[in-house]
Structure formats: structure tokens, C-alpha cells
Write a protein that binds this ligand. Sequence first.
Ligand code: TXA
Ligand code: MG
Length: 358
Amino acid sequence: METKILEVQDLNKENLKAAMEKSDDIAQAKIDASLEKVDEAAEIIKNGGLVAFPTETVYGLGANALDEKAVGKVYSAKGRPSDNPMIVHIARASDIGQLTPMLSSKIIKLVDSFWPGPLTLVLKKKDNVPNVTTGGLDTVAVRMPDDPIALELIRKSGYPIAAPSANISGRPSPTKASHVIADLDGKIDAVLVGGDCRVGIESTVLDLTVDTPTILRPGIITSEDIQAVIGGKVQMDPALILNRPRDESEPAKAPGMKYTHYAPKAQMTVIEGERGNVKKEIERLKALNERIGLKVGVILFEEKDFVVAAHEFFARLRQLDDENVDLILAGALSDQNEVGFAVMNRMLKSAGYNIARV
Ligand code: TXA
Ligand code: MG
């Protein structure tokens, strides 16, 4: 299949603002040209096809969430296990009622505070949401993305859009259109080519079907942010913390074989410890491996630049893959900060929990 490349970069917040506030005709003409491309993409969704599109977190691979056949195609294009549920994206907060019978003051407060934005809510599902979309669960994950292209696509298609990240299953999530094209060209109907994703890691997933709201996937919206809005306790899914083999008596190569999430092609090690020691160890290992002829890539962010790290991490992994490095050495971030924790969640998975402590 030939994948249509639909350029829509001009449908962005700056142009929208200029067109609105200054009646800027040039900005308006650019927006209109992009809107035509979005129309084309919306037609594809309506006809049961697959369209990749930008969101503020990562690019998504969208299909009509209410069309079993279309959703089935998403699983096959990505090579995704069919028991892994998808997030359903909506363009108006009020559309949440089409997907779930749940309504509470907590939900309303969260939606008011964080939508559009990188917070996904797990809620009881209504019967019209097909089981394929939710991987057989009786809950549905819903979010309203903060991106004019995504919102316009959903609005124009007239359906909620199921969209996992637009990567081949197991590969790093795509934060640039070029990443999507590298993974899915020829496998999907179209790509809406917007700019780079602002956040860079996927949305925070919050389960509201349990007594204590529980974060199932950490993201840029933290438990503190959520607590500040709804009060009460918000917990981190214990599995997120247990997933970190921290026992120093264990060998560095933890049994991470089943964790092929976000995996770069190169072998990857995370170096954890006091900052100065981490830097020295990375330099030592780099020199050592280069001496035996290996190509080494390093991922080391500024110590407290958690938001920058989130923005850059997946793109760095893909860049190092493109450079054909043999080994990636990554400096751990502090997981005391929750955005740092969210990046570490991805970093450790990419490394298959291959951790060296210094
Ligand atoms: O930022 C994002 O969330 C991006 C953009 C495209 O919106 N999407 C994304 O989708 O990351 P995906 O499929 O790569 O990750 C969805 C995550 C998975 O970990 C999945 O297991 C979880 O959300 N999830 C989806 N529905 C769920 C449900 N009903 N209950 C529990 N977890 C669910
Ligand atoms: Mg994903």
C-alpha cells in the first residue's frame, strides 16, 4: 500500500493565533491549505483506514475506535499483541459520555484542569466500545490531545479515534513524523506530517475505576498535579516500582528478556549512581569499548532538566540507531522527581533493565 504523506505543519498554534488576533491573511491561507489535507485524512478514517497524526506527546496511529475492523488493522500494522488496549481520543470533553457511563466530580475536575492535554483516564466502558479497542477489558482509556491537527482530525472524522503510539511494537515511540515514516511507510494509509511533539513521552495513564486513583503509566502530569485537583490519595501502581530490579546483589543484567519495550537496536546499559561517578563510568566504559572497535552512543541529560529529557529521550534512541552504534550508555536521572521517574520508566525498559550501579 502506498502511504500518503500529508503535510500539515502550518496548522499550528502560532498561525491560528495570528489568524485570529491579527486577521493575518497569509496565516489563514496556510491554515486552510493544511485543513484540506486534514479533510483527506478524516475521509480515510471514516472509510475504516489508518492515519498517523501528531499529538503533543508522541505521534499516534489512528483508526475509528468504534469500528472493529479498522482497529484490527492498527494491531496488525504495528505488530501489536491484541490484548494490549488502546487509548481512545476525543475532540470535545463532553464526548466522554459516548464512551463511559461513569460521571463524577473527580472526572469533571480532571477534565477541566488537564484537557486538552497529556492525561489519559481509564473508565468503565459503554457497550458500544468494541472489545478489540479495549483489548477485551471492560474499561476504556480516554484522552483529549492538545494538538490542533489531532483535534481537527477527530472532529472532522466524526468518530472517537483509537490510537496507540505510531511505532512498530517494541520500538521507541515516535516524536517526529520521520520516525513514523521510518516504521510504518507502506503499512498505513496516510501520515499527517506536523511538527515535533512538544512533550516527547506518552500521556500519564490514570485508573479511576479503583477506590484510590492509580497511575498506571507515569508521564509529565504527576500524581502531585492530580492530587492538587482532586484531593485525597493518588497512588503509583506498585508494579511500576517493583519493575525496577534495584537489589545490588543481583547481577547487572537483570532478567529483562520479556521487556522489549522501546528497544533500540543497540545493546543498552543504564548507569546509575552519584552524578560525578556516573559521568566517569560512562567515559571509562566508552573508552574501553571504543578501544575494541565498538561504536558507542551516550545519552546523558543535564541533571535537573527532566522536561528536556522527556522531550529528547525517544528521539535520541532513534538517532543512535540511525548512527548504527553498537552500544548505548545512558546516565540515569533522579527518580525522586516524578517527571524524572517517568523518563526512567522508559529508559529502563529500553535497556531491558540492564543497569550498572556505580
Ligand atoms: O500519549 C499517549 O498516550 C499516546 C498518544 C498517541 O495519545 N498514545 C499511547 O498509546 O501511548 P499506547 O497504545 O502506546 O499506550 C497506551 C497505554 C498502554 O500501556 C495500554 O496498556 C494502556 O495505555 N491502556 C489503554 N487502555 C487501557 C485500559 N482500559 N486499562 C488499562 N490500561 C490501558
Ligand atoms: Mg506505545
